[in-house]
Design a protein around this ligand. Structure first.
Ligand code: ZN
Length: 263
């Protein structure tokens, strides 16, 4: 179980982060050939848990998560693709494996890249918990592959500081990057029409960390606005008609979540 601060809950909502919307520039055409956003997609980049006035760059290692391309990793740390390729002796940008450790020289503090794609497919947002005290996108990907699914069933995973990820880190999964149907809520046909967000943790016994709350509120706000999803269609998994589950946990702080969402 993780130790969490009891005071200063959700203090950082004010540092909502950098909101960047930009069209895909021509310079991107030489970058990763993997799943790439449409030309008119918007990019939302979010400040990391520690928002520093001057980026303090340092050499780091990064473990490749499902769906991550060199394009994405390059933007996460503001290091150009050529440098990452050269340092890691990568010949082809497609030669990237889940779990591969990359050396990123002079990396800026991580920024979570959330791409907002065009489309009218997404009508609901469903919040889940992992019902585990640890995890990340890679772990759920493996678990869901073992169930015979096409990899991690959620569209986003919000980490809790375990399994090598930062507390509050937002991971976009391949299902989001490829704009595919989820595998997170069968009830009421939600897999086809909803965006699935999983917070790592078991919120029947544990608390949502302040960093996770900050991230889920930020993420839901961006998605809600971009896809024009009303608040009444932002549901916990267990609130979906026909779903028999207490997910995202009996103690999920709906009051706090909803009040921050309204701000
Ligand atoms: Zn669930």
């Amino acid at each position: 179980m993780m130790k969490r601060s009891k005071h200063n809950i959700y203090p950082a909502l004010r540092i909502a982060g950098l909101f960047l919307v930009a069209a895909l520039s021509a310079s991107c055409s030489t970058t990763a050939p993997g799943p790439r956003p449409a030309a008119n997609a918007a990019y939302v980049s979010m400040a990391g848990p520690v928002s520093l006035p001057t980026p303090l760059r340092q050499d780091i290692y990064h473990t490749v998560a499902p769906g991550e391309t060199l394009w994405r990793i390059s933007r996460m740390y503001e290091v150009d693709i050529k440098t990452i390729k050269k340092t890691n002796r990568i010949k082809d940008v497609r030669d990237l494996d889940i779990g591969q450790r990359l050396y990123i020289p002079s990396a800026a503090p991580r920024i979570d890249i959330v791409t907002l794609y065009p489309g009218r497919k997404w009508k609901y947002i469903i919040i889940h918990h992992s019902a585990t005290d640890h995890g990340n996108s890679e772990k759920f990907n493996r678990a869901h592959l073992n169930r015979g699914w096409k990899g991690v069933g959620y569209h986003f995973v919000i980490d809790n500081g375990t399994c090598g990820k930062d507390d509050g880190q937002i991971e976009s999964t391949p299902r989001w990057i490829k704009q595919e149907t989820g595998a997170h809520c069968k009830a009421d046909g939600m897999n086809e029409k909803s965006i699935g967000i999983c917070l790592v943790g078991n919120f029947s016994i544990d608390r949502v960390s302040p960093a996770q709350m900050r991230s889920v509120v930020y993420l839901v706000k961006q998605l809600k606005e971009h896809y024009n999803i009303p608040s009444s269609r932002i549901l916990g998994h267990g609130q979906v008609p026909g779903a028999r589950t207490e997910c995202p946990g009996k103690k999920f702080p709906w009051k706090t979540f909803n009040s921050y969402l309204r701000r």
